[in-house]
Each structure stands twice: as C-alpha cells, then as structure tokens.
Design a protein around this ligand. Structure first.
Ligand code: ZN
Length: 458
C-alpha cells in the first residue's frame, strides 16, 4: 500500500494529458497508472475533474531574506509560492545582506533559512565585478546558477562588464552550471536616465523611453557572442520583447547552449497597463507595447522561451512612491510568485485555448531542463519528487490584497479575475496548501543543491 494516492485526475505533462492515478511513497512518485487500475493508498485524494500538474519551478524570485525581510521573507514568500503552485524556486543572490557572492555566504544563507520555508528552493550564486575567484566555490557549495547584471542594479550589487563575463565563463566552463543575465545595456540606460533627470522629465513615458528594446538586444547579443566563444551555458532572464526572443531562437539554431525565460507579466500586461495604472507596474525590462506582448507568446509556444518565471521582486508601498509623480523614485519590480501559475493557466488555457501541456512545459519541464534539476524536479514520473499541483479548472478566482500571502500585499496582479484555481499543492508528497490554507510548518521546504541532482541528460 502506498503512502498516498491521487486518484482519477487529468495528469498533465509537457507531452500529454491523460486520466490516471499517481502513487506516492516516501515523498517520491512511485507509480503512475491508468485511471482504471486499482491502487491502494493509506491516504487518497480524489482528483476527479481536476488537473494534476507537476509542481511549478520559478527560476527567478527575489525573496529578500536574509537582509530585507520587511520587503519579503521566507515564511511569507514560500507560503505565497505554495498557494501559487510553485514547489521549487531559485532565489536570487541580490537583495540579500550581504549579497550571495561567496561559498561562505551560501552556507550562511542556508543556515539562516533552514527552518523557514515550506516549499523547496535553490540558490543562485552572484557574479559581480570582483568575485570570479569565488565561482568554483559557489558551484561546490551547491549553487545552481550564477546571476549577473549587465544593466544597472541595486546599490548592493555591481554590474559586470563584457571582460568580466568572458573571464567568468572561461573559468567555470568545464562545470555544468548556467550563467543567468539581466540583459539591458548599462550605458544606454544610464545615459537616457541621466539626461531625463537633468531635463526634469519624470513620467512613466520617460522611464519607458530610457529602456529601449535595443538596450536589451545589445546585451543579449554580447552574451550570445561570449557563450559561442567559450562554450558556456547561458540563460537570458526575463525576456520582454519578441525581437530579443528572436536572437535566442537563432542562437539555439546555431547550437549555442542558451535558454530563455520570460515572465507572466510580459505575457499578460503591456505598457498601457503601466501608463494607466502607475508605478505598481514598474519593472525592468519594462512592459512593452501590446503587439509585442502578443508576439512574445509565439516564442513561448515554440520553446524558445522555455521558462516562465515571476521575477518576484517585492517592496513596500512607500517604495513604489505611487503619488510622488516621479517615476525615478519608484521601486522597479513586481510581486508575482503567488500569481504566475493561475494567471498563466487562465491566459493560456481559457483565453488562448492552448493545451495545459504548455504550463507543464514552461513552469516545470523547461525550468528543470535549463537548470538541470533532473531527476528530482520538473516531471511527473516515477523516481521524481512528488511535487504536485491540483487545479480545479472550473473554479473562478479574483486576486485581492487579502488573498496574497506576501509581507507587502501589493501586486500588479491585484484586481485580475480568471478561472482555474489551485486547490492543493504538494511538496515531496506532503500537502502544503489546501483549499486556501497553508497546511505545512516552516522548515518543510528544503534547499536543493546542484549536487542533489544528476548529471545533465540533454
Ligand atoms: Zn529579477
């Protein structure tokens, strides 16, 4: 008899949707059978009429803990992840105090957070202007990627030059680890920002004009060029525009080891939402035009953008400086780790009539592939962790401040309505979210290290 059986659900993988049962033993998926097969469990969940997805993997989240836990912390942030069907997230190294740029800081962060999370998490290590010598240590400590900024970042985190990027790539290329880049050309953005401020131009349109698509494209071209030369594996974070995605498509065709990530906000919002609703929608790269938002979907559908992340980047309401009339004072970043799954389900399955397979692809399989989390995460198959989301496709939802588990209950997604509600979330076979409530204690979530996963299969 198995520990738990999820019976009669519509099991969704990146390849197909079929009715069946999932048997769970010791936190792992033990068997997947047809709906007709009789299997016994000590506990049984009836998933009749529900979709059963692999747990979501958010490749890009800023939980701000340790360091800035008045913006977000691991207790609230991982509860929000659980409510949002995210069973693993990869936490960014900046907006930590200090930023995670050495193995010692990796170990410190692991220790500080070990009793706080309720879903699993991995750590990005930081690549900044002076820590190339730390990269091998970060790899050995268990980082699953290195994050670098080509564009401007916060004061606690320095941007890198092409010289540093190239050196870093050459240094660690024999190891199977990915470099993730925030791609926006530093000099273009700083030039335009400074010019606007000098001329006292402080509107949302001024901010949009200071972050042109060309800045994103120039950065991505540089990364591709260096990846080609060095053979390093690279990941382009938060692609906002179809022309940027096109560069990734072409590089993939040439055999460059590159993966592309976009975010739910670039797929469901555009610059009109920002212009109409104000700084709550400020993020970087910025929201683009409506036609760009539409065209970006094509690159999600063809697999060029194989990850849809949240770029959960929380802040206080004061930091958004909503009423200041000065967009330069406003925090750049959106909170979305709780909303990404449901918003993507509604946008893809209900509005665009796409198969739910797409969600299993961009929220689970694609992220696990990009960060090589096989054979632990990203797939519903025997031997994998039983990270599972049960979604009721008929249940309607509305995102309200009260529904958010964040420390700061503000989000661009507040006010959105849709259909397809997350009913249960399981992490390694344990129900951590059930019918609107958190059902697991802090500490249930575990740190996933690079070496907990297998050698790269693809
Ligand atoms: Zn980010």
């Amino acid at each position: 008899m198995y520990d738990l059986v999820i019976r009669n659900g519509l099991i969704v993988t990146h390849e197909n949707v079929s009715a069946g049962n999932i048997a769970i033993q010791n936190g792992k998926i033990a068997a997947i059978t047809s709906a007709e097969t009789e299997i016994e469990g000590k506990e049984v969940i009836d998933a009749q009429g529900k979709y059963v997805f692999p747990g979501g993997i958010d490749t890009h989240a800023h939980l701000n803990d340790p360091g800035y836990n008045w913006r977000e912390d691991y207790v609230h942030g991982t509860q929000a992840a659980a409510a949002g069907g995210i069973t693993t997230f990869i936490d960014m190294p900046m907006q930590n105090e200090p930023a995670l740029t050495t193995a010692a800081l990796f170990n410190r962060k692991e220790e500080l957070l070990k009793d706080k999370g309720i879903v699993d998490y991995a750590f990005w290590g930081g690549l900044i202007d002076n820590n190339v010598k730390e990269l091998v240590g970060l790899y050995e400590a268990g980082a699953v990627g290195y994050k670098a900024f080509i564009g401007p970042c916060s004061p606690d985190y320095t941007s890198v030059t092409s010289g540093i990027m190239r050196h870093a790539m050459r240094e660690v290329v024999p190891r199977d680890i990915v470099f993730g880049f925030h791609c926006e050309d530093y000099s273009i953005i700083k030039y335009e920002e400074n010019k606007a401020i000098q001329e006292n131009r402080r509107t949302i349109r001024d901010f949009l004009d200071a972050r042109p698509v060309s800045a994103e494209m120039i950065s991505v071209e540089n990364v591709i060029c260096l990846a080609k030369e060095t053979g390093a594996r690279v990941h382009i974070c938060h692609v906002s525009h179809p022309e940027v995605a096109q560069l990734i498509r072409e590089a993939k065709a040439e055999g460059v080891k590159i993966s592309g990530e976009t975010c739910s906000h670039y797929l469901v919002f555009n610059e009109d939402d920002f212009l109409n609703n104000g700084p709550i929608f400020k993020c970087a790269p910025p929201l683009r035009r409506q036609e760009d938002q539409e065209a970006l979907w094509e690159y999600v559908l063809d697999g060029t953008l194989s990850c849809v992340a949240s770029d959960h980047s929380p802040c206080t309401l004061e930091e958004k400086a909503v009423d200041s009339g000065d967009i330069w004072k406003s925090w750049g970043g959106l909170s979305g780790i709780q909303s990404t799954f449901q918003v993507m389900f509604d946008a893809a399955v209900n509005q665009r009539k796409l198969s739910p397979k797409l969600l299993a692809q961009v929220l689970s399989y694609g992220p696990a592939q990009a960060f090589n989390l096989f054979p632990r995460k990203g797939v519903l198959a025997p031997g994998y962790d039983a990270d599972i989301v049960i979604l009721d496709p008929e249940k309607e939802w509305e995102i309200t401040p009260e529904s958010l588990f964040y420390v700061n209950k503000i989000s661009a997604f507040v006010g959105l309505k849709g259909k397809g509600s997350i009913e249960k979330t399981l992490v390694r076979g344990k129900v951590v979210f059930d019918d609107g409530k958190i059902t697991a204690a802090p500490g249930t979530g575990k740190l996933l290290k690079r070496q907990d996963c297998g050698p790269r299969q693809l």
